[in-house]
Design a protein around this ligand. Structure first.
Ligand code: COA
Ligand code: AMP
Length: 629
């Protein structure tokens, strides 16, 4: 089958195309209506089907005789632990954990927040919630208490599942104080908290609120799968938008299962029994889709890795895991490859390992920069495939479909639209641009299965935030172009979202934190290009009149504030005090211009600027601090 035939089928007969993909899964009742479009053109997939995602991902494989096959490999260099679960063992662990949650009163539709490190219990917890027909919301362990509290208030969970600690390279991070602080900050009070105790740090239990995971589990019986509708939510995953408040992306059970199952063969070219490794974290969408659901729905073995690509213990970590478990497809973010390249440019560590089983290396999270791609291709001798996606879509929008028809790889491009995604490049007025011309990347409605069709708790947020910009289209927030061969080049965000080491953050949210400092009158947070992390935030700050503070002292205080409010993953380090910010006559800060100046790019000063004299002033200040040449 050629890529073009496959893609055209998905466009000409979407219902027929996705009905066929849905047949690959084990439904309790096969959906009668494949796609329903509402008045706004928003698609609802498989809404009347009856199913359970955990059943499709676990029990079904056991019933098919795959119970003895490995489902999950846990490898944790930071704790010196390794373990394995067969499909039968994982199904049992999930069924018991679901029993434990059932004993706490969790039922269909309830929300459960999972705030955990990369241990098997995190995956088990997600699947256990799904088994009950409840809705999980995983919060990345690197987020600080205020971020956790925001999510608690929005999702209103009945229960929180957590662990006593996470383990970073240089330190053990105790979760209990973070949980306690989030409980204090949140208005909604979850009924209880279940804590998985790890030997690296014991958490004291708060009487009347906390339970010990292992003791509670010991009293639980395994329970079966609760049927849900295809349109019932499987999870809510919060992601940064342009405002300070994260958006809860709702993922429905039906479309999610169908799209991910399809993607495993079509995009990643793996089969049941193959080992698939997404080196990410269950706190991110990549972790949801390709550590947990995709590989298990497809009957693969997934790897849960608690460590870094470097430092745990060295830059050979990726290759060691691939060799040790016979990984067929490796998927991680460009920043991980850049970190390895920096430490081991000749790839001497790679040569210690037999990578014979590794077929393809996949990259996403940010654009794979051509030098890193060239290096990786040269040292590995494997196809290196960039693919572009977002939390909102849950799977790739553009990719090189290795299981359909591998296409020639073009450096800097994430190749072609994935079947189901109708990708267009539009100008400011919503008109299509010519091939090769940059513009806004928009997706014509309806979006294919798995993509969000609502934001938790606020339907208007989806319509206004994503569909309001171009009538009939979903605005991705990314800019780029399509070349004469139809290859898509995604060049970066056109809004206030930045990407730090593959982690999506909002500059607006960081600005809100900086603005709370008593010395700060106003600020602009912009994204500086960074060799390792892709982008890092930088604060340009104007002080209140009459206030004087040393820049170094202010910088240290802001670093602490941002770490405490959002988390260390923000990687906020640099602050520059300016006399004033460039503004339009209507008072809007010219962030785009500032961005280009700081990154040494050509810039155009808009004619609407209030006082053009401010620009040379700022350049001089930045030059004196060696931020610009
Ligand atoms: N819990 C608590 N803190 C965390 C954390 C977690 N789960 N993850 C990261 N942090 C902390 C780190 O300890 C670090 O803190 P520090 O400033 O006190 O040292 C900070 O957040 C920044 O972390 P990180 O971005 O991981 O930087 P690093 O210097 O420790 O490692 C890389 C650099 C490139 C190795 C690392 O960024 C990496 O592995 N990137 C890949 C990211 C990825 O897989 N993204 C998934 C998208 S597909
Ligand atoms: P997230 O929702 O955290 O997955 O982040 C999504 C954003 O990351 C996208 O909107 C892009 O800006 C960026 N992104 C992810 N993958 C790629 C890629 N392969 N190429 C370019 N940008 C990417």
């Amino acid at each position: 089958m050629s890529y073009q035939t496959e893609y055209d089928r998905s466009m000409q007969d979407p219902e027929g195309f996705w009905r066929k993909q849905a047949e690959a899964l084990e439904w309790f009742r096969f959906p009668q209506q494949i796609l329903k479009r509402d008045a706004d053109g928003i698609g609802h997939w498989f809404a009347d089907g009856e199913m359970n995602t955990a059943h499709m991902a676990l029990d079904h494989h056991v019933q098919q005789g795959r119970g003895g096959q490995l489902a999950l490999i846990y490898d944790s260099p930071v704790s010196g632990t390794k373990s394995r679960y067969t499909y039968a063992e994982l199904t049992d662990a999930v069924a018991r954990t679901a029993g434990m949650l059932g004993n706490l009163g969790v039922t269909k539709g309830d929300r459960v927040i999972i705030y955990m490190p990369m241990i098997p219990e995190a995956v088990i917890a997600m699947l256990a919630v799904a088994r009950l027909g409840a809705i999980h919301s995983v919060v990345f362990g690197g987020f600080a208490p205020p971020e956790l509290a925001l999510r608690i208030d929005d999702a209103k969970p009945k229960v929180i599942l957590t662990a006593s600690c996470g383990i970073e390279v240089k330190r053990v991070i105790e979760y209990k104080p973070l949980i306690d602080r989030a409980f204090e900050l949140a208005r909604h009070k979850p009924e209880c908290c279940v804590i998985y105790q790890r030997p690296q740090a014991a958490a004291p239990l708060t009487a009347g609120r906390d339970h010990d995971w292992v003791s509670l589990l010991a009293q639980a019986e395994p329970v079966g799968c609760t049927p849900v509708k295809g349109s019932d939510p499987l999870y809510i995953l919060y992601t940064s938008g342009t405002t300070g408040k994260p958006k809860g992306v709702v993922r429905e059970n039906g479309g999610h299962a169908v799209a991910l199952k399809y993607s495993m063969k079509a995009i990643y070219n793996v089969d049941a029994g193959d080992v698939f490794w997404a080196s990410s974290d269950v706190g991110w969408v990549v972790g949801h889709s390709y550590i947990v659901y995709g590989p298990l729905l497809h009957g693969c073995t997934t790897v849960v890795y608690e460590g870094k690509p470097i430092m745990t213990p060295d830059a050979g970590a990726l290759w060691r895991v691939c060799a040790e478990y016979g990984v067929k497809a490796l998927f991680t973010a460009p920043t991980a490859f850049r970190a390895v390249k920096k430490e081991d440019p000749q790839a001497l560590l790679m040569r210690q390992y037999d990578l014979g089983k590794l077929q393809t290396i996949f990259s996403a999270g940010e654009r794979l920069d051509p030098p890193t791609e060239a290096w990786l291709t040269q040292i590995s001798g494997k196809p290196v495939v960039d693919h572009w996606w977002q939390t909102e879509t849950g799977w790739a929008i553009t990719a090189n479909l290795r299981g359909v028809e591998p296409m020639p790889i073009k450096s800097g491009s994430s190749t072609m639209p994935v079947p189901g995604f109708n990708v267009h490049i539009l100008d400011d007025s919503g008109q299509p641009v010519a091939r090769g011309t940059q513009g806004y990347i928009a997706l014509k409605l309806p979006l294919p299965p798995a993509c969000l069709n609502r934001v938790w708790g606020d339907d208007n947020k989806f319509r206004d935030g994503y569909l309001g910009m171009f009538h009939g289209y979903y605005a991705t927030g990314d800019g780029g172009y399509i070349d004469e061969d139809g290859y898509v080049f995604v060049m970066g965000r056109v809004d206030d979202v930045i990407n730090v080491a593959g982690h999506r953050l909002s500059t607006g949210e960081i600005e809100e934190v900086i603005a709370t400092h008593p010395a700060v009158a106003e600020c602009a947070v912009i994204a500086r290009d960074d060799e390792l992390k892709g982008q890092v935030p930088m604060g340009l700050v104007v002080l209140k009149s009459g206030v004087s503070v040393e820049e170094a002292e202010l910088q240290q205080q802001l670093v602490t504030r941002v770490r405490e409010a959002i988390g260390a993953i923000t990687c906020y380090k640099d602050t520059v005090i300016l006399a004033r910010l460039p503004k339009t006559r209507s008072g809007k800060t010219l962030r785009k211009t500032l961005n280009r100046i700081v990154n040494g790019q050509e810039y155009v000063v808009p004619s609407t600027i209030d006082d053009p004299g401010v620009i040379p002033e700022i350049i001089e200040t930045l030059r004196s601090k060696q931020f610009v040449k």
